[in-house]
Design a protein around this ligand. Structure first.
Ligand code: PMV
Length: 319
């Protein structure tokens, strides 16, 4: 049987993180400059059920049985088998490699699950539909993050810009005009679960204040969606910066993230904000062709460990 390979992108959140956990809408974008690749290869000489998982990104090189029950990779494999109604996996080796920094707000965990679930189900002869892949990735996100909103698994499964609100149908955003983001990794990585738990604690202590912040963030997401659909996000880049201010008020920014946001703005970005769980991780800066290099240099000079420039394109046919 030939090796089967499947890739999944990373993602950034353009606006609405954290508030999305409390029911506000948020917008997420796939980032194809980074990705996860999973390859499944049969081991015809090995006994049935001899499954090996090799994932250097999480320091794992083990047989399936040796991996603890609630390990996200074990859970992902088990959920694929359950979805397909298969009791036992044939002998195979599953290799997972990712260029997405872990716990940096770029969706590494959902990307790993989506690529694994796609590759494994295809290897078993029954490629799962997007809805099942999304469901599996959401279940595994719960192991990683406790109470995920579902935005990461959704944008990475469908690989299109999404307007996401818990409990509502997923809206794929047919953006009108391309736009460019410089993504800067602060080099400090903070688990999303801890950041989400911190907001929850503060929300429980002062619901009124936090719900006011969530609703301000919700309004920004609605406005930004309209700019994306009507074509003038750049002229309204300050909405991203306003989202950053509200994320600061939620207590998820850090002095380094604030410094990177300010450096991007001073270097000519239309707007900038932290993206994802915060406490470290990444910031995004909305730029144009003229400012992209200056902003990138400024971010590197102010402590970014890595930068990625990505252009979000309208769907084919709208260009
Ligand atoms: O995985 P991260 O760090 O990009 O965070 C996801 C966004 C949050 O809103 C903070 C959490 C969630 O589940 O929506």
């Amino acid at each position: 049987m030939p090796a089967i390979t499947s890739s999944a992108p990373g993602k950034v959140i353009l606006c609405g993180e954290h508030a999305v956990v409390y029911g506000a809408p948020a917008i997420a974008l796939p980032v194809f400059n980074v990705s996860t690749k999973t390859t499944v290869v049969a081991r015809p000489a090995a006994p049935e059920g001899a499954v090996r998982i090799i994932a250097p990104c999480v320091n794992l090189n083990s047989s399936f049985e040796e991996i603890e029950d609630n390990h996200p990779l074990r859970a992902a494999v088990s959920l694929v088998l359950k979805e397909l109604g298969i009791a036992r996996l044939q002998a195979c080796e599953i290799r997972i490699g990712t260029s997405i920094p872990i716990a940096a707000g770029l969706g590494s965990s959902a990307s790993v699950t989506v690529s694994l679930a796609r590759a494994l189900s295809a290897f078993l002869g029954h490629p799962l539909p997007d809805a099942s892949i999304n469901h599996i990735a959401f279940e595994v996100e719960k192991i990683h993050h406790g109470t995920p909103s579902g935005i990461d698994n959704t944008v990475i499964t469908y690989q299109v810009p999404v307007y996401f609100q818990k409990g509502m149908p997923i809206e794929h955003l047919a953006i009108r005009n391309p736009f460019t983001l410089v993504i800067a990794d602060s080099g400090w990585h903070s688990p999303t679960a801890e950041m989400v738990a911190g907001v929850r604690e503060r929300w429980l202590a002062d619901r009124e204040r936090y719900e006011r912040l969530f609703s301000k963030i919700a309004s920004l997401s609605i406005e930004i969606k309209n700019f994306l659909l009507e074509g003038d996000l750049a002229a309204n880049g300050n909405y991203l910066t306003r989202n950053h201010e509200l994320l600061r008020e939620l207590g998820v920014s850090t002095p380094l993230l604030d410094k990177l946001v300010n450096a991007a703005l001073e270097a000519g970005a239309y707007g900038a904000k932290l993206s994802g769980g915060g406490g470290g991780g990444t910031i995004i800066a909305l730029v144009n062709e003229a400012s992209a290099d200056t902003v990138t240099t400024a971010l590197e000079q102010h402590g970014a460990s890595r930068t990625i420039t990505t252009t979000i394109q309208p769907p084919r046919g709208l260009q």
